[in-house]
Design a protein around this ligand. Structure first.
Ligand code: SAM
Length: 192
């Protein structure tokens, strides 16, 4: 579990600053800048740990206090995690002011935001509201990489559309081309 989460985070960072999201007309982003990154669904912190290790400032949010307690224990042991800020919050109701974050990363969590929602109209509403909120809290030229596991091809399309309809452009990369849904990376950037 730890190994996979960390591997996915490293790959997500490659996508975040990689050539797929580059734009010839824009100044390229320097991955060595000390960006403030939001980790959506930080769990017990494997993704946040990698982000901190790479030198970024990180705010991690999770809906479960048990998860945050576990990272807090790690924070009390490992000096390098002291700067990590943790907030108990739902991805669907983000408590941040506009344009707070340089970039956003989410590892193996975003599919849960429509967990147990079966009505397609309700799914669309939730996904649109959340994509719109993510757009607002990102600075100009902000980017997002989401690694997640949509349940099926239809849901994947809904996730995709929610971003395209709410001010993002981007790409999708599948973990395994033969799988219809499965591990998927959404590489997104805020439209100018
Ligand atoms: C597999 S874990 C993620 C692990 C973490 N990113 C890591 O790399 O260690 C999924 C996490 O998403 C969180 N989660 C699920 N739904 C959420 C929501 N609506 N808002 C915030 N966090 C949520 C869960 O509580 C869980 O900790």
């Amino acid at each position: 579990m730890e190994r996979n989460q960390k591997k996915s985070t490293i790959l997500s960072l490659d996508y975040l600053f990689g050539e797929k999201l580059e734009d010839k007309e824009e100044q390229n982003i320097n991955p060595e800048d000390s960006f403030l990154i939001l980790d959506l669904g930080c769990g017990t912190g494997f993704s946040s740990e990698i982000l901190i290790e790479k030198g970024y400032k990180v705010i991690g949010i999770d809906i479960l206090s048990d998860m945050l307690l576990k990272i807090k224990e790690k924070k009390s042991i490992y000096q390098e995690l002291h700067g990590l800020e943790l907030i108990l919050a739902d991805i669907n109701y983000l408590p941040f002011k506009n344009e707070k974050f340089d970039h956003i990363v989410s590892i193996s969590a975003y599919n849960f935001i429509i967990n147990e929602i079966h009505n397609p109209r309700n799914k669309i509403n939730i996904l649109n509201n959340t994509a719109n909120a993510l757009n607002k809290i990102l600075k100009d030229q902000g980017r997002i990489v989401i690694e997640f596991y949509p349940e099926n091809e239809k849901d994947l399309e809904l996730f995709n559309k929610s971003f395209i309809n709410n001010g993002f452009e981007g790409f999708m990369v599948k973990g395994n081309l033969r799988q219809q849904a499965g591990q998927t990376f959404l590489l997104l950037k805020k439209k100018a």
